[in-house]
Design a binder for this molecule. Sequence first.
Ligand SMILES: *[C@@H]1O[C@H](CO)[C@@H](O)[C@H](O)[C@H]1NC(C)=O
Ligand SMILES: *[C@@H]1O[C@H](CO)[C@@H](O)[C@H](O)[C@H]1NC(C)=O
Ligand SMILES: *[C@@H]1O[C@H](CO)[C@@H](O)[C@H](O)[C@H]1NC(C)=O
Length: 239
Amino acid sequence: MVSSIALLVCAGLAAAQTFPADLVGTWSSKSNSTLTGSGFYDPVNEKFTEPAHTGISYSFTADGHYEEAYYRAIANPQNPKCPQGIMQWQHGSFTKEANGSLVMAPIAVDGRQLYSDPCAYKSAIFTRYNASEMFKRYEVLTDGYRQITRLNLYKFDGSPLIPLYLAMSPPQMLPTTTLNPLTTSTPGGAKATSKVRRSELPLNHNVFEKRTPQMQRADNVWWFGVFLTTSGGVLYFLY
Ligand SMILES: *[C@@H]1O[C@H](CO)[C@@H](O)[C@H](O)[C@H]1NC(C)=O
Ligand SMILES: *[C@@H]1O[C@H](CO)[C@@H](O)[C@H](O)[C@H]1NC(C)=O
Ligand SMILES: *[C@@H]1O[C@H](CO)[C@@H](O)[C@H](O)[C@H]1NC(C)=O
């Protein structure tokens, strides 16, 4: 009897996973203007806000939740007037595996992407976005020169993501629960509020990075058919 209680206690402890405390916070790439939270993606109005500069941001909580924000522009050397811009947002849960890897599991129905290719499409294209990620390893260190806490994430193939710096702690995040399943399509209820100022997408040389092995095979973007267009604004692809 005593030993079975002890076993139950042990099982309980083993199930209570711990998450790395050194990851907790909101991290952002050098420009520090792309940050997770409602300032990037507004789930109530289905709207992205374009940060002042391209960049990426990750937030981690002490209880295993994460959120990520990516804003990138892709220069088009053949036609500099045709830069493509992309904003991606996801959140979900993560685990640190015994081998040191971080396995990120997004809430598939919540991820969103806004893609702008002004020379190919009149409107920016708003879709769902779902891409699980695995970071082979990570390290948190103090950047010697800037004396700022720095996070190096290494992708599944061992190549480094651009360095991230601690921007805020505790993290700035949207609620970590499922936000917006969008399972009912009510065209009248759609919010066509977002206007992407495509001409202002900055040109830089941040090319798309292959984030997961899966993404080498397929872009995990969900297409649900044209749902609504707004004049010169955003094309929404929903159910
Ligand atoms: C989300 O993407 C993962 C792989 O990245 C896939 O296993 C999963 O089935 C996807 N979920 C949905 C609902 O498409
Ligand atoms: C570490 O373990 C996880 C879970 O078993 C696995 O998905 C991941 O591929 C492993 N990482 C490496 C670098 O092999
Ligand atoms: C980054 O931006 C956040 C929010 O505006 C600010 O609190 C933080 O001090 C900034 N970090 C750096 C290193 O500039």
